[in-house]
Design a protein around this ligand. Structure first.
Ligand SMILES: *[C@@H]1O[C@H](CO)[C@@H](O)[C@H](O)[C@H]1NC(C)=O
Ligand SMILES: *[C@@H]1O[C@H](CO)[C@@H](O)[C@H](O)[C@H]1NC(C)=O
Ligand SMILES: *[C@@H]1O[C@H](CO)[C@@H](O)[C@H](O)[C@H]1NC(C)=O
Ligand SMILES: *[C@@H]1O[C@H](CO)[C@@H](O)[C@H](O)[C@H]1NC(C)=O
Ligand SMILES: *[C@@H]1O[C@H](CO)[C@@H](O)[C@H](O)[C@H]1NC(C)=O
Ligand SMILES: *[C@@H]1O[C@H](CO)[C@@H](O)[C@H](O)[C@H]1NC(C)=O
Ligand SMILES: *[C@@H]1O[C@H](CO)[C@@H](O)[C@H](O)[C@H]1NC(C)=O
Ligand SMILES: *[C@@H]1O[C@H](CO)[C@@H](O)[C@H](O)[C@H]1NC(C)=O
Ligand SMILES: [Zn+2]
Length: 705
């Protein structure tokens, strides 16, 4: 860790784990770190842009408590995105593993209306907003007068955007490319709407169920100055509090040269909720602040004492004279006045104690980036973290690993849609406007791009939303595919100079593709959106027959028709297989012609337990031989024929039964939490039906199980 390898502004600290995270003025390189932004501010003192200089003043020598008014608005969960935006009637029961007593009324449009009104009423009040899926929609529905007022609030730092993606994405079930895309969509909206005033400086992942090192690396590379987290493992948190490691420098990449992937990261004190007894939302039941001493309900003194104790006990776990309180929670601030009115009073009462009785606690409206700015000014050396925050457990037997595999069909559909979106984007970029308007009509990549962004939300691709919401997510994806298919058709028509009708095999996942199953002559266009050549075996459902397949150079290539068991009935169906090769970021066109009505392959051998010992199932080519147990149908041995190596194999299929809660803990397994009822998994079956399909004896067989 030599200082020579460090970029300006970040210098090696004392010990070998310490890093100095600070500002410096002699910056040469545009390092996307806090120091770069400070330099910008120093360089342009007259600029009007919102930035750290709009932060509220704090009191040196005192404990400054930064109140962070915020709302957490899930882009779909118990209700659909549109139901949350408009505030539809929920008819809901909650099913989170944490206690949530309220049935969510939850209307984001009213939240934003109400917050803006409250902010305009008092220049000291501040608020942060996160999810652009909601904000952009609200923004489009506002009058010019409101939009101008909001622009002013943003410029003055009174309304601050944090994170700024379309959604607050999950970190476990997502693909990094889709994370980049969804952040791009949200940040581009902010850039287009507010310019540099709207630039979020901190990343804010207060609800995702565990945190990956890669996410922090992406955020660092996107230029964020800091990152705040809500959920970390309860034992980890316990230790971090004792060791004053709630805030550290996350060195988020093992391969990128520091500080490229370094990001200051703070764990919030109370996930993202307000302190106990200080929740003043319409959804909460805590008493309001009564500061009229003549009222029989007067509670100001008690409240101030409570607050001062709370602040100093929380401070024990953090290293500076600054601490934060997250004032808000899920879909709060629909009546923002309730929150702000009580916080106004709290701030006045607590700060009056400084004058009256010499208290050393100062409380103020703030934002995560203004808190971060104070930490930066404290000029400390922070410890370094290199691993991730997975898995997340919020108590014993409560590991949030169930969502890694919940709703696998939605997860697959999301990945498939990611792939298709890349195809759509690439062809749009390649062909230009003619992809959008062409022989097949108007194409558009935006609907699929937005649907994919929504799917990255931490209740979407995770599989933790309710069924009706999941249906809505799938519907949004399906609706996005249509305009992309038109775009791709237009683009391919232009590029390949074919004017024929294109059809997309959307149901190839269940071996249905009407075009290939009914036509005798067709072409197959295979597009490769990745940056390297891909060789693949194409499998297409066809009608029975013999097919002649030609490659892009019009050369005949080997192909095979096999019978595969249908996934949906007891019958078999025909599938055409041929090897294809597609260049990087390109496509290949293969032509298929049916030659005759019959083929004579289908030479079936079937293994069933205890029926026929004489048949040992073996498949082999010149390199490898696989032997299946004739009793169980399970793979028993693999031999490398070239090197004469034999590997015994034990194959089995097992499942974990879900716990319904037991004497150790009432925690049940579910969409979020994986909790098996027993340590040992149960066998799915002791045998498998294996069908060996050979084209004709002696040639390379294919096996279908
Ligand atoms: C932090 O606050 C305490 C009083 O709460 C004060 O004594 C101390 O000097 C302050 N430290 C700094 C670095 O401002
Ligand atoms: C609002 O502003 C837009 C663009 O600045 C302008 O085209 C439009 O006429 C304005 N609408 C009203 C009602 O003033
Ligand atoms: C200051 O402290 C005294 C004694 O603890 C108390 O009587 C008085 O009410 C306090 N003043 C305020 C403004 O809280
Ligand atoms: C920060 O601390 C270092 C010592 O660790 C000191 O040399 C430097 O002057 C300090 N910077 C500021 C702005 O206080
Ligand atoms: C493509 O084929 C479908 C039916 O398979 C038909 O509805 C559509 O009009 C055709 N489009 C073009 C551009 O030929
Ligand atoms: C097959 O994929 C389509 C989307 O192309 C999806 O709607 C359908 O549910 C999938 N079928 C199954 C059985 O997973
Ligand atoms: C392959 O290895 C086996 C035992 O490991 C040996 O008996 C046999 O002779 C070897 N065959 C060849 C061709 O080397
Ligand atoms: C699986 O667990 C459920 C609930 O705990 C139980 O009712 C069921 O009998 C179990 N099944 C097996 C095969 O053990
Ligand atoms: Zn959430």
């Amino acid at each position: 860790m030599g200082t020579g390898s460090l970029a300006p502004g970040v210098r090696a600290g004392g010990g070998n784990t310490g890093w100095l995270w600070m500002s410096s003025c002699n910056l040469g390189l545009p390092v996307l770190s806090i120091s770069f932004l400070i330099w910008l501010l120093l360089a342009a003192p007259g600029a009007q842009a919102a930035g750290y200089k709009t932060c509220p003043t704090t009191k040196p020598g005192m404990l400054n408590v930064h109140l962070l008014p915020h709302t957490h608005d899930d882009v779909g969960w118990l209700k659909t995105v549109d139901q949350y935006y408009y505030g539809m009637d929920p008819h809901l029961l909650t099913f989170m593993p944490i206690v949530m007593s309220d049935v969510q009324h939850a209307s984001v449009q009213y939240i934003l209306d109400s917050v803006i009104y409250s902010l305009l009423n008092d220049p000291t009040r501040r608020f942060i907003y996160v999810e652009m899926a909601f904000f952009s929609r609200w923004w489009k529905q506002q009058t010019n007068v409101t939009q101008d007022a909001v622009r002013n609030l943003v410029r003055q730092g009174r309304l601050e955007f944090v994170n700024g993606g379309w959604v607050m994405n999950d970190e476990a079930a997502t693909h990094y490319g889709a994370i980049v895309d969804q952040m791009t969509l949200g940040l581009r909206f902010l850039q287009d709407t507010f310019g540099s005033d709207g630039l979020p400086r901190v990343a804010w992942h207060i609800d995702p169920f565990g945190h990956s090192r890669e996410q922090a690396s992406l955020f660092a590379q996107m230029g964020f100055d800091g990152f705040f987290l809500g959920r970390i493992d309860y034992q980890d948190k316990f230790n971090r509090k004792r060791k004053l490691k709630m805030e550290e420098l996350w060195r988020a990449s093992a391969s990128l040269k520091p500080p490229a992937a370094d990001l200051f990261t703070g764990v919030l004190p109370n996930n993202y909720n307000p302190p106990k007894d200080l929740c003043w939302d319409v959804l909460c039941t805590d008493p309001p602040v009564v500061d009229d001493p003549t009222s029989p309900e007067f509670n100001a003194n008690k409240l101030v004492d409570y607050f001062l104790n709370l602040a100093s006990s929380q401070k024990k776990y953090y290293r500076t004279n600054h601490t934060v309180m997250t004032m808000g929670s899920d879909f709060q601030y629909e009546n923002a006045n309730m929150w702000f009115k009580n916080m106004d009073k709290l701030i006045r009462l607590v700060n009056e104690q400084q004058q009256a009785n010499g208290s050393k606690v100062h409380v103020l409206y703030s934002t995560p980036s203004c808190y971060l700015w104070e930490l930066n000014k404290a000029n400390l050396t922070w410890t370094v973290k290199e691993d991730d925050f997975f898995p997340y457990a919020d108590g014993p037997h409560m590991f949030w690993t169930g969502y890694f595999s919940s709703r696998p069909a939605l997860k697959r559909y999301e990945r498939l849609s990611y792939n298709f979106l890349q195809v759509c984007n690439q062809l749009e970029a390649l062909v230009g406007p003619e992809a959008k308007v062409g022989p097949y009509g108007s194409g558009d990549s935006a609907p699929l791009n937005e649907a994919m962004a929504v799917l990255q939300h931490h209740d979407a691709v995770t599989g933790t939303a309710r069924q009706n919401v999941v249906n809505d997510y799938a519907k949004q994806l399906a609706a996005g595919w249509g305009p992309c298919e038109v775009l791709v058709s237009n683009a391919l028509a232009r590029l390949s100079l074919y004017k024929q009708n294109f059809s997309f095999c959307r149901e190839i996942n269940i071996s249905i593709c009407p075009a290939s199953q009914t036509s005798e002559h067709f072409r197959v266009i295979i597009y490769n959106p990745v940056g390297r050549k891909v060789d693949l075996m194409v499998r297409l459902p066809v009608s029975e027959g013999i097919f002649l397949v030609k490659d892009p150079n019009d050369r005949r290539i080997s192909s095979n028709v096999v019978m595969v068991p249908s996934a949906y009935s007891k019958t078999y169906q025909w599938e055409l297989l041929f090897p294809a090769s597609v260049p990087a970021l390109g496509f290949s066109i293969y032509s298929v012609n049916k030659m005759s009505g019959h083929n004579h392959q289908a030479h079936n051998l079937t293994a069933r337990p205890k029926k026929s010992k004489s048949r040992v199932l073996v498949i082999e080519n010149k390199y490898i031989r696989a032997t299946f147990d004739s009793d169980t149908g399970l793979l028993r041995k693999i031999e490398n024929l070239e090197q004469n190596i034999s590997l015994p194999v034990r194959q089995g299929f097992f499942w974990y039964n879900a716990s319904a809660g037991d004497e150790e803990s009432p925690q049940a397994s579910g969409a979020y939490i994986f909790r098996p009822s027993h340590r040992k998994p149960l066998p799915v079956s002791h045998w498998a039906q294996v069908t060996l399909v050979k084209r004709h004896p002696g040639s390379n067989p294919s096996i279908c199980v």
